[in-house]
Design a protein around this ligand. Sequence first.
Ligand SMILES: Nc1ncnc2c1ncn2[C@@H]1O[C@H](COP(=O)(O)OP(=O)(O)O)[C@@H](O)[C@H]1O
Ligand SMILES: [Mg+2]
Length: 437
Amino acid sequence: MQRLLDIVNKNFSLQTDLSPIDNKNNSEEDDDSEVPGRKTQYRKLGTFINKATKSCKGDSLYICGTPGTGKTLTLTTLSKNLPKNKYRTIYINCMDFSQASKIYIEIYRRLSNLKSTKKGASESLELIESNFFYDYETDGDQELENLKKKEKTVILILDEVDVLIEKFSSILYRIFEWPTRDSSKLILFGIANDLGLVEKSLPRFAKIGMDIEVLHFEPYVESQILEIFQHRIKRVCKEYGIENEEQKQHLFEPETLEMISKRLASNRCDIRKAFDVIRRLVTLKFEQHIENADCNDSLEEDPNEVIDFEPNQYCFTMELVNEVISEFFESKVVTNMKSLPIHAQLILFSSFLTILNFETLYKSYKNHCSIISFTPMGKSDFSLSIDSIVSNGLMSMNQHKLESGRVIRLLYSKEELSMAFKDSIIFEPILQELNSQ
Ligand SMILES: Nc1ncnc2c1ncn2[C@@H]1O[C@H](COP(=O)(O)OP(=O)(O)O)[C@@H](O)[C@H]1O
Ligand SMILES: [Mg+2]
């Protein structure tokens, strides 16, 4: 078991990621060329590069999205997959520099393939602009044109560019000018977290005739998080040695991953939190494993052994997942539940129905009222209560012209509900019923 848990831990940790290009240790066993959950952006970026390459001119693009939306991963993975004979990539994280102008030195060093350089910032800038990205003296110089065609296209990735936009915009504008130079086959990407900042810088570019496109990375939705999980689990199975499809299904009990993804997405979580959840699962499973091991059992295991799961046996059970979910999300959900008016709380108890819509819920709510001798609200007050539950993030409802036709989804679990009201005297009879289901 320990070997399996170690492998899960490793594959859900951030260190093993496909991050910056220069990381040669990354002899990725990953056969997927695209990034899970980011196929659209991956393809758009690919098309952008192809288009610029075909035109034999430079171009630039902003990539923007909150942290943990896969911006760096998508672009670095794509650049790694580009043919080496046609492209060379220079990845710069703007946050790595104590002085912003040192970015010029680093770009010069990389363009010139030097191990190190004693050149200062302004000299580096001069050299970049005279040797690499310059305007022709005479238009249509055939020799130069031919030379240019043979040169590799440079992909320059300026990551975490927010700091330049905000504080050192002259450096930013200077770099963004390079792709517009005659000799330039530079494709420049500026990756930023703050859309507001990016938008602030656009008019300035427009003034000098540069219309820079912005590619957005929205927070991952449920299906994308699930896709990322499946992608990592595939890697786990490969490394651990589970080849049998049926056995793969025994790592996570059905519905567990869906539940985690749903919760993460409804909280618009950074994907790194998704990995935290899985690593926490591993820790709890490991503790459980040690606790359950007989004193005489040796915890040492054969390094080649692959656990053969029995039917209905799972490595990560729903119970374990619920425990982790309540650890991670409990406070907000539970606080929100507790802050609702009492009738809205009663609605929460009434919502575990196979078909959940306005009508079925109202009926169930009335039943629950009778159990605890409450007078039920009329439909309009009931509707207002549902609105407050939705605005507290505990339910979501699809849009439908008729209130009765709206499908309701729960964003909390039975466990969270019983956790929130475990000491309540009023709800005691309903709680008992809930826990016995
Ligand atoms: N689609 C994805 N599939 C797998 N891992 C991902 C995905 N998106 C992000 N990650 C991982 O999450 C972490 C943060 O992603 P990153 O690309 O650095 O986000 P951003 O640059 O938007 O802040 C990285 O470790 C990355 O490998
Ligand atoms: Mg990043």
